[in-house]
Unconditional design. Structure first.
Length: 408
C-alpha cells in the first residue's frame, strides 16, 4: 500500500476539521500545484489518493489472482460501493444506477432505448454536445424521427430556457434532450419547474426527459427523485474528479426504456447457465468486463470531495468563486462576459475583443504557456473558465492579470 493510499480520506465520509482549507485541499491534487486550472468542465484533476487507490487496486487484483474467487468478490464489493456512492450523490437508490464509461454512453443507452416509431419527434437544444447530436442524427435517419431544434445559446437565464423548451414541445414529442448545466453558456436549467410544466402538455405517446449531466454531477447538489427526470447521464472524470473511463446513467423506475447493449453483466442465468432474462435494475444496461480498479478510484474521488463539505456547501463555494471571477473579468478592458449576472454555477464564459474563434484559440494557447488552463467553445464562440470548490481567488487573479498584460 503506497503512502498516499493510506491518507485519512480513504475512509468515505471522514470529516475534515477545516472545511475549504484551500491550501491542504489543493495539495492533494498534483495537477493544481503549479497551475491555474479552469478546465473542470473538460476534466477534473485526480487526487494523489485517487491515483494511488487505482494503482493499489490493480496490484491487489494481481495479488489475489486476477480471475480467482477473491478477485471476483473484490470486484463485486467495489462495484457495489461505487453504485452506492453515486446513488448518494444523485439522491436516488443504487438499483437505479447503470455504470457506464462516460456521459455519451449513458445518453446513447437512453436515446437508442426509446421505442421509436415513424412520426415521433425528438426535441434537442442547440447547446448539446457533438456526440449526443451525432447520435440523434443517426436515430432520426434510421427511424424517421423528426428532430426539433430548440435554440437556447442566446438565452441567459434558466426561466427563459424553460419557457423556450415548453413552447417547443408538441403532442408527438417523445423525448426531450437537454443539458442540466449548459456546458457553453453556464446556465442552469430549472429542472423541477420544467418537468412539472412538461407533465401538463398532452402527449400522443409517453414523453420522457433525458438530461446530459456532464457539467452538473459533482458541481451542484442533486436530488433526482425530486427533479422528476427520466434519464440522467453523467461522467466520473469531470466535476467528480474521478478517472477517465467511469460514468453512469440514472433511469427512473417505471420509465419506458429497452436495453440496447446487452452483455453478461445485465442478464440473469438459470441453473444450467442459460440466459433467462434481463436483470430488473440498472445493471441490465451494463455490458461486460470493465477496468474495475477505476471504480475504486472514482469512489475515492467522491470521498475526497466529501471531505470538504456537503454538496450544498461545495456548491456555495463554487458559486462564490465563480462570482469573484465574473466580477474580476468585468474589470478587464476588451473582455466581455457572456453572463449578464453572477454565474449559476462554476462555468464562466467570456470573449476577448471581437470574439472570433481564432482569437480565442490564440488566447487559450498563450494562457496555457503561462500555466493557465482555459478552453475555447465553438458555439457561442468564447473562452470558458470553470471553477471548482478548491479553485482560489489567486487562480482567478492570475487569469485576469494574464489577460490584462496581454491586452495591454
Ligand atoms: C455537455 C457534455 N456532454 C457530453 C460530454 C462528453 O463527455 P464524455 O466524454 O464523458 O462522454 C461533455 C464533455 O465535455 C460535455 O460537456
Amino acid at each position: 500500500m503506497s503512502q498516499a493510499a493510506s491518507h485519512p480520506s480513504a475512509s468515505p465520509g471522514a470529516s475534515h476539521p477545516h472545511p475549504f482549507d484551500l491550501k491542504r485541499c489543493r495539495a492533494d491534487y498534483p495537477a493544481l500545484r503549479d497551475k491555474a486550472y479552469f478546465n473542470y468542465g473538460g476534466q477534473g484533476p485526480l487526487s494523489a489518493g485517487a491515483i494511488a487507490t487505482i494503482s493499489d487496486a490493480f496490484q491487489e487484483l494481481q495479488h489475489l489472482g486476477p480471475f480467482g474467487r477473491g478477485a471476483g468478490d473484490w470486484v463485486e464489493r467495489t462495484t457495489a460501493q461505487l453504485r452506492q456512492a453515486l446513488a448518494t450523490e444523485l439522491g436516488v437508490t443504487p438499483g437505479t444506477i447503470t455504470l457506464t464509461e462516460n456521459v455519451t454512453m449513458g445518453c446513447n443507452i437512453a436515446l437508442w432505448g426509446v421505442d421509436w416509431k415513424p412520426g415521433d419527434r425528438l426535441l434537442l437544444s442547440d447547446c448539446e454536445h457533438p456526440g449526443v447530436v451525432g447520435t440523434v442524427q443517426e436515430i432520426a435517419s434510421r427511424f424517421s424521427v423528426k428532430v426539433d431544434l430548440c435554440e437556447l445559446a442566446h438565452l441567459r437565464d434558466g426561466a427563459a430556457i424553460a419557457a423556450a423548451v415548453i413552447q417547443a414541445i408538441g403532442p408527438n414529442t417523445r423525448l426531450v434532450v437537454l443539458s442540466h448545466l449548459l456546458w457553453n453558456t453556464g446556465v442552469l436549467l430549472p429542472v423541477a419547474e420544467l418537468t412539472r410544466a412538461m407533465a401538463a402538455i398532452p402527449a400522443a405517446r409517453s414523453r420522457q426527459l433525458l438530461l446530459d449531466a456532464a457539467q452538473s454531477v459533482g458541481s451542484i447538489p442533486l436530488n433526482l427523485e425530486e427533479l422528476g427526470v427520466d434519464f440522467y447521464a453523467f461522467t466520473g472524470h469531470k466535476w467528480l474528479c474521478g478517472p477517465e473511463g467511469t460514468g453512469g446513467l440514472y433511469v427512473r423506475p417505471g420509465s419506458d426504456l429497452r436495453p440496447t447493449f446487452i452483455g453478461w453483466r445485465g442478464v440473469t442465468v438459470d441453473a444450467i447457465g442459460w440466459t433467462n432474462g434481463l436483470r430488473d435494475d440498472g445493471r441490465r444496461h451494463e455490458v461486460a468486463t470493465s477496468a474495475y480498479p477505476l471504480y475504486a478510484g472514482l469512489s475515492r474521488a467522491i470521498a475526497d470531495n466529501n471531505r470538504w463539505g456537503s454538496a450544498r456547501d461545495r456548491f456555495e463555494r463554487i458559486k462564490t468563486i465563480a462570482a469573484y471571477l465574473w466580477q474580476r473579468l468585468g474589470e478587464v478592458p476588451r473582455v466581455t462576459r457572456l453572463q449578464l449576472q453572477e454565474p449559476d454555477a462554476g462555468i464562466v464564459p467570456f470573449w476577448v475583443d471581437d470574439g472570433t474563434p481564432q482569437i480565442h484559440q490564440r488566447w487559450s494557447a498563450h494562457l496555457e504557456q503561462q500555466g493557465i488552463f482555459v478552453r475555447t467553445i465553438a458555439h457561442p464562440p468564447c473562452l470558458r473558465a470553470c471553477v471548482h470548490h478548491f479553485s482560489s481567488e489567486g487562480d482567478c487573479d492570475r487569469l485576469v492579470a494574464a489577460l490584462e498584460a496581454g491586452l495591454g
